[in-house]
Write a protein that binds this ligand. Structure first.
Ligand code: ARG
Length: 585
């Protein structure tokens, strides 16, 4: 099924040829959605753009186009307005037919892309032995939604967790491990270090206070890099401990990732530096090897260097990213590589992208994109922290959202006089709490800073997860009350759009495809959130005005089918945000 816009474009092309000759066949009809629904659905601005070329006033041109324009199978007669726009209104029967093709099948009529790409989405990527903080949570939530959307579109997505599992801090950590739990290295028992963040703090304290400890740490780095067995084992133990902690968060959020940390690229780092040297891009500056950047200068206007090898021989974050980029292009055969991190790293990405481009490592056909996001702030506009000023642990953050929604739910059920089991309440609170955190993050334009507010994200009204989930559950309750099996209804029910509110809802449902395509392009999930929110609102307006269960046939069936399609659209859309629906809440 070709889209309405495509069909209209073809009809315009025919009209241009009939009215003005073959050389105008490729004229852009400049079709845009109508600015006001009063004027119809689409507006063509072509008559204005053709005035110069044809030497005629726009209204005269519009008249000639309209005379030749054959769209009667799906539009009401075109209307010329203002200085010479052509307004088009889609026929309700045409919209109903489009909706019918949406009803069939789980994908709601959305076909996968014809040319799937191999896409790497690099997201989450916390650092071993350090805390997984709210910034990583944002990356996790946004990255997962981007990956889900691309997967749904049919792309082959590799979800990579580029964990920070390498670096000089491991010298300090291993030295401290030897000192604090020597038995960890000799027994085969799993490590029980408790809180790894606290462990890191104690190690750092020892490092700062004791010169001998510092020296031992330095030597430990050398031993680890040389592959000394006991050092490698200690490193693995530390990584494993962190991994388990991260995994509990991923499980709760239903996030799936392939771990391929920085250490994976170690064997490839030397070649990066060597190749840059061969290409004549490398400069030695006070013992460090670097590439001088174009367009990045220090305060004296001198070009900034990107250091790829320090004077002590060590490599940097950027060196690893260069190696990873080459690997993803050459070995993973990626067509598109997406990195989801806070906007604070924008320079880092712009810089190593530039070096890779100048080195000729990014083929024309490969797109590399940094997907930045703003800070997470508390309601005071400052960095998010606990009342006592500590950083908030992600686990506590999720728990708090769940507890708060549970309170709301209890009160709501009581007010409605509903009795529900403990299991029911616990499950609903868990799903809504987690969904609320995800949705709050995704519904913001990711480029702006994001103010974390439990009250806002848990509100049952507004652009929030509870609102969306209630809307879905309400529709399911209609089917229960009417003892209607939506699954059965879906294939056979005939939709017709008679009432104004039905039309508005139907047209909005048909925008799903465009919305998903837009997210695929610009990687802004907030567009999908807005679409779903508006869908919820339009559904409510329809439901307020139109009887459903009590309506006469054939309206009743048609409206039930609209309810079903709305519910399925909500479910699909929410699934692309990593949110699962509740049948009852
Ligand atoms: N570990 C980094 C951090 O916590 C994020 C890594 C992002 N990915 C990348 N390829 N640089 O800031």
């Amino acid at each position: 099924m070709s889209s309405t816009i495509e069909q209209l474009k073809a009809r315009f092309s025919q009209a241009f040829v009939a009215a003005f000759g073959a050389e105008l066949a490729d004229t852009d009809p400049i079709l845009v959605p109508a600015s006001n629904p009063k004027f119809g659905d689409y507006q063509s601005n072509a008559p204005l753009s053709l005035t110069k070329k044809l030497g005629q006033p726009p209204r005269a041109i519009a008249e000639q186009i309209v005379q030749q324009l054959n769209v009667s199978d799906f539009c009401a007669p075109p209307i010329i307005a203002g200085p010479g726009f052509i307004n088009l209104t889609l026929k309700p029967e045409y919209l109903a037919a489009q909706l019918r093709s949406m009803q069939a099948g789980e994908r709601l009529g959305i076909e996968p892309v014809k040319q799937p790409q191999k896409v790497v989405v690099d997201f989450s990527s916390p650092n071993i032995a350090k805390e997984m903080h709210v910034g990583h949570l944002r990356s996790t939530i946004i990255g997962d939604s981007v990956a889900r959307t691309l997967e749904f579109r049919g792309h082959d997505v590799l979800r990579l967790n580029h964990v920070g599992d390498w670096g000089t801090q491991f010298g300090m950590l291993i030295t401290y491990l030897r000192e604090a739990c020597p038995e960890a290295l000799t027994t085969s028992n799993a490590l029980e270090l408790g809180d790894l963040v606290a462990f890191y703090k104690r190690a750092k304290q020892r490092f700062d206070e004791d010169e001998a400890f510092k020296e031992a740490s330095r030597q430990e780095v050398v031993r680890l890099q040389a592959g000394a067995e006991d050092s490698v084992r200690a490193w693995q133990l530390l990584c494993e401990q962190s991994r388990q902690e991260f995994q509990t968060i991923y499980d709760r959020l239903d996030i799936h990732l392939t771990e391929r940390g920085e250490s994976f690229y170690n064997p490839l780092l030397a070649a990066v530096v060597e190749d840059l040297n061969k290409l004549g891009l490398l400069v030695e500056d006070q013992g460090a090897k670097c590439v001088f950047l174009e367009g990045f200068t220090n305060k004296d206007g001198q070009p900034l260097p990107l250091i790829v090898q320090k004077s002590d021989g060590g490599y940097n974050y950027a060196t690893t990213d260069l190696a990873a980029l080459r690997y993803r292009i050459q070995q993973d055969e990626a067509d598109r590589i997406i990195y989801v991190t806070d906007a604070g790293q924008s320079n880092h990405f712009a810089q190593f992208f530039q070096v890779a481009k100048r080195a000729g490592w990014i083929p024309e056909t490969v797109e590399v994109v940094h997907v930045p996001f703003g800070l997470v702030q508390g309601e005071d506009g400052k960095r998010l922290k606990t009342r006592s000023g500590d950083t908030i642990r992600l686990k506590d953050l999720l728990d708090e959202a769940i507890v708060r929604f549970r309170d709301y739910l209890e009160a709501d059920l009581k007010e409605k006089g509903r009795e529900e089991s403990e299991d029911f309440k616990a499950h609903v609170a868990e799903v809504v709490g987690i969904s609320a955190i995800k949705y709050a993050d995704l519904s913001q334009n990711r480029n702006s800073n994001y103010i974390f507010s439990y009250d806002k994200m848990l509100a049952p009204i507004g652009n929030t997860a509870p609102y969306m989930l209630y809307a879905y559950a309400r529709i399911q309750s209609i089917s229960r009350r009417g003892e209607i099996d939506f699954a059965h209804l879906g294939e056979t029910a005939k939709i017709s759009l008679k009432n104004e509110k039905e039309l508005v809802l139907g047209k909005h449902l048909l925008q799903l495809n465009n919305t998903i395509e837009a997210v695929e392009q610009d990687l802004l999930p907030n567009r999908l959130c807005l679409y779903l929110y508006e869908l919820g609102q339009k559904f409510n307006q329809f439901y307020e005005e139109c009887e459903v269960l009590k309506a006469e046939e054939p309206s009743r069936t048609s409206r039930l089918a609209l309810c079903d399609l709305t519910a399925r659209t909500l479910k699909l859309g929410l699934s692309l945000l990593g949110i699962s629906v509740l049948e009852r809440m």
